[in-house]
Ligand binder design. Structure first.
Ligand code: MSP
Length: 533
């Protein structure tokens, strides 16, 4: 992509329809993926899959944050070239995304030229419009957290919290991005756009912060003598850009790489892939954790405004996971390794537990016993048992052939379908799972109430048995469609056991009556094998 001085948005581009654009935070490359990363990515994937199922065109972006001192240090400690280290790590993070069954449309790495060029274009743009200045900064600096500290971070006795590691006094000339004078419009914007930050209590937190503090200008550079692993500033080769001006820009650099007209027009740049133009920006949802809220709801909007680009529609903020009520930490061994859980229990069990256990917003607590309990009660005995006995009875009593249609459970299914649709549209994933499980519970109850195994013994009840078997098989089919965004492998297995060759990835297939009489269903097999406690 090359920066040009001419506008580059052909008329035809304006008519292409904008995709629903959902992003995750990009993870630091200098560590192994853990539960927190996995949770966020799965939540964003479910949002992406839901929107696709509901008929929207979607673009789902995730990826890696690869610059900074820590990456440089870890690579050096391992005796590797920094880029080679990043390439190796990126490979394993991509494998991890695959293990989570993510349907991301692209995977950004901040060391890629396509990203770096846009970061430089953004910096040129905000520098040209007078938002950047240089000044000497003298103060305390945490080498561990790579950040300048203020008096507010200092204890009354003049010391700093051990979490900052070694704190040194530093005098350094750096570039700053002006944040002063930006508070008023941002407060007004957030007040007028209630859905900009979700959930509400996070929005209030941002408003409280903006109303009670004067924003300090943001230091956006590091001298190349101290940090070389970064993107050189386009207006001063002695400096690299530091962290957030690099990382946040991924949300627009990838749209730019796909020829997004909004970003290309805003930054006056020429897309690299003119034949494959996608309209993505503004993002519909940035899914992030609570610790990076300020960067996304304060700095990012101000940066975008300075670039002349529209703001994202929503910042959706999730809480943090603990394990057994304590912060996860490698040093104490109190960690959850998502890959180990997936290897032992399957990816759908993992995806189910994290989204069923923790709503998007509050903090959560992982316990192995809680995981096993949900697996057993809700997956094995709830969903698994329903599908297995419904299909086994259909096989035993009707040779697996679908009987004539009946709509005894239709009204209850329709209610759950409507409710799930609305909850998915609001990104209320935990509530959507609860709604879907109400249909599972109802259908299991229906088996107990109608007792098909007894009906089968009485030839005079053949019509009634047909009705019951149809309702159960059709409920299973609809459940597969509802479950698709959450448990894609399981949904596919249910369809396959029902003898259906298509994929349950279209919400419109939830209409009652999809199974036709005489259709031959397949072989039932346990979806979630029971485990000993
Ligand atoms: N690289 C930055 C983000 C830049 S986005 C433009 C970063 N990386 S991170 O690897 O530290 O965190 C990535 C995401 O994982 C963040 O949204 C963070 O909140 C989330 N989590 C990290 N630990 C977590 C838990 N224990 N629980 C839930 N999510 C957590 O920040």
């Amino acid at each position: 992509m090359s920066v040009a001085n001419i506008g580059c948005v052909p008329q035809t581009v304006c008519r292409m329809s904008k995709r629903f654009y959902v992003t995750t935070a990009i993870d630091y490359v200098n560590g192994q993926p853990h539960l927190g990363h996995a949770y966020e990515k799965v939540a964003a994937d479910v949002i992406a899959r839901s929107r696709r199922s509901l008929g929207q065109e979607v673009f789902f972006l995730t990826g890696l944050d690869e610059h900074g001192q820590k990456v440089e240090q870890v690579a050096a400690a391992q005796g590797k070239k920094t880029q080679a280290y990043c390439d190796e790590m990126a490979q394993s993070w991509k494998v991890f995304a695959g293990r989570l069954n993510l349907t991301n449309d692209d995977f950004v790495r901040t060391t890629e030229p396509r990203h770096q060029e846009i970061v430089r274009a953004c910096l040129s743009r905000v520098n040209a419009s007078g938002h950047i200045y240089k000044k000497i900064y003298k103060g305390f600096y945490s080498t561990k957290e790579e950040t300048f500290l203020t008096e507010k971070d200092r204890r009354p006795n003049g010391t700093f919290d051990a979490a900052w590691g070694e704190v040194i006094e530093l005098e350094e000339e750096n570039y700053f991005f002006k944040l002063k004078d930006q508070q008023a419009w941002l407060i007004e914007y957030i007040e007028q756009n209630p859905s900009f930050v979700r959930p509400d209590y996070r929005r209030n937190e941002v408003l409280g912060f903006l109303k009670n503090n004067v924003l300090e200008d943001l230091c956006i550079s590091r001298p190349i003598s101290r940090l070389s692993w970064g993107i050189p500033l386009p207006f001063d080769p002695n400096y690299v850009t530091y962290v957030w001006f690099d990382a946040l820009v991924n949300y627009i650099s990838i749209p730019a790489a796909h020829g997004d007209p909004e970003v290309a027009g805003g930054l006056n740049c020429e897309p690299a892939l003119p034949s494959a133009r996608l309209s993505l920006w503004p993002a519909d949802i940035h899914v992030i954790g609570k610790d990076i809220l300020k960067f996304h709801a304060v700095y990012w909007p101000i940066m975008l405004k300075a670039m002349g680009l529209p703001l994202p529609r929503q910042v959706l903020v999730h809480g943090w996971w603990q394990k057994n009520g304590e912060r996860m930490s490698k040093s104490t061994g109190n960690v959850v390794d998502p890959v180990a859980v997936i290897n032992e229990w399957g990816v759908d069990a993992f995806r189910y537990y994290v989204l069923r256990e923790l709503d998007i917003g509050p903090d959560g607590n992982w316990t192995d016993s809680g995981f096993a309990a949900r697996y057993s009660a809700e997956l094995a005995n709830g969903l698994g048992n329903l599908v297995n006995r419904s299909l086994s009875m259909l096989r035993r009593y009707r040779k697996g052939q679908v009987p004539p249609p009946s709509d005894e459970l239709s009204a209850e299914a329709q209610k759950v379908i409507a409710e799930t649709r609305s909850l998915l549209e609001q990104n209320r994933l935990q509530a959507a799972l609860q709604s879907i499980w109400s249909l599972i519970t109802r259908a299991n109850q229906y088996v107990d109430q109608t007792a098909p195994f007894k009906l089968a013994k009485d030839p005079a009840q053949a019509r009634r048995l047909d009705e019951v078997l149809y309702n159960l098989a059709e409920a299973c089919r609809i459940l597969a469609v509802l479950l698709w965004p959450f448990l894609p492998d399981t949904a596919i297995k249910i369809y396959s056991q029902l003898g259906l060759s298509d994929t349950p990835d279209r919400f419109s297939a939830t209409n009652w009556g999809g199974l036709t009489p005489g259709h031959q269903t397949g072989e039932p097999a346990p979806l979630f094998p029971r485990r000993d406690a």
